[in-house]
Ligand binder design. Structure first.
Ligand SMILES: C[S@@+](CC[C@H](N)C(=O)[O-])C[C@H]1O[C@@H](n2cnc3c(N)ncnc32)[C@H](O)[C@@H]1O
Length: 286
């Protein structure tokens, strides 16, 4: 069934009923949490007023939970527009994705486009196309905010994937997706809400940092501000779960809260750039 669906055009899919399967992320994202889902899910309350992810990235936990009410935020504008368009205009995005091709010349031309000069659907399609065809799915921008990752080597990269996009669109219905820094998104929380925080990780060594999702990066001052924000959430009766690298200084920042160390396989990771298993820290307040 999926192979058949993939061969159909987005327009033909419009009249189809998709089999009732769960949505999954429509992009691959550095620091994506698919491998940690069983551990993360243990901490998501069965009953919650509203679900929040201030660092949504690929949204692995959001798609696994599929809460009825949610606010998803990120400070990567291209990512946020892609979510909004996948939610509101999935077939428009798919129609444009169907026109893209996987080759060096096309990749270079698409990468060079100024996203602000495109339609919102074109901008979302550019984001998904680059994410699926660039080296390792990295999203790295230079200081001027321009995407600068080279093309990756793939046999047949699935940048036009109607099943995934339509399922993601259904899961996002009724969800707010906002382009905000984490402090601003946390202002939207209320007692009874649940927040999953998955920031760019504290590097485990000086050479191992990957925190260039956006032009501004994420340094230890940001980690401290995030820890203060978690203390404020706790005081206001908001439940949270945070993942980060298990470095001594992150353990110290969150020493007032419950902590668990879990092992995660990583090919590229936010914190360590290496391969194999890494220790991850889960911090929570209930
Ligand atoms: C580790 S990734 C999240 C991965 C996500 N949990 C997943 O499953 O794919 C961190 C995200 O934080 C975003 N980010 C970085 N700095 C931020 C900030 N100051 N405020 C909000 N989002 C930020 C990045 O754009 C990135 O998408």
């Amino acid at each position: 069934m999926p192979a058949l669906l993939l061969r159909q055009t987005a327009s033909a899919l419009r009249s189809q009923q998709l089999p009732d399967e769960r949505a999954t992320p429509f992009i691959k994202w550095v620091g994506g949490k698919a491998s940690l889902l069983p551990e993360l899910l243990k901490h998501v309350p069965g009953k919650l007023r509203r679900y929040h992810e201030p660092f949504v990235g690929g949204g692995a936990l959001f798609f696994a939970v599929q809460p009825r009410r949610a606010i998803l935020c990120d400070n990567n504008a291209e990512l946020v527009i892609a979510y909004q368009q996948v939610r509101d205009n999935p077939y428009g995005v798919l129609d444009i994705l169907a026109q893209h091709v996987y080759d060096q010349a096309h990749f270079t031309a698409v990468r060079a486009l100024d996203p602000r000069a495109l339609t919102e659907a074109g901008r979302a399609a550019r984001f998904i196309y680059l994410n699926k065809t660039c080296f390792n799915g990295l999203w790295r921008v230079n200081r001027a905010g321009r995407f600068n990752v080279p093309i990756g080597r793939y046999k047949n990269p699935a940048f036009h994937n109607p099943t995934t996009v339509v399922r993601a669109s259904n899961a996002l219905r009724g969800t707010q997706v906002l382009h905000l820094p984490f402090e601003k998104s946390l202002e939207k929380t209320a007692p009874g809400d649940f927040v999953y925080l998955d920031p760019p990780y504290d590097p485990v060594s000086l050479t191992a940092s990957f925190a260039s999702y956006t032009a501004s990066g994420f340094n230890f001052e940001d980690q401290k501000r995030l820890a203060w924000a978690c203390t404020a959430l706790n005081r206001r009766g908001v439940r949270f779960l945070l993942s980060n690298s298990a470095t001594p200084r992150i353990r110290e920042l969150y020493k007032a809260f419950e902590q668990r160390t879990v092992k995660a396989p990583r090919s590229i990771n936010c914190k360590a750039g290496g391969r194999g298993h890494v220790d991850e820290l889960l911090v929570f307040n209930a």
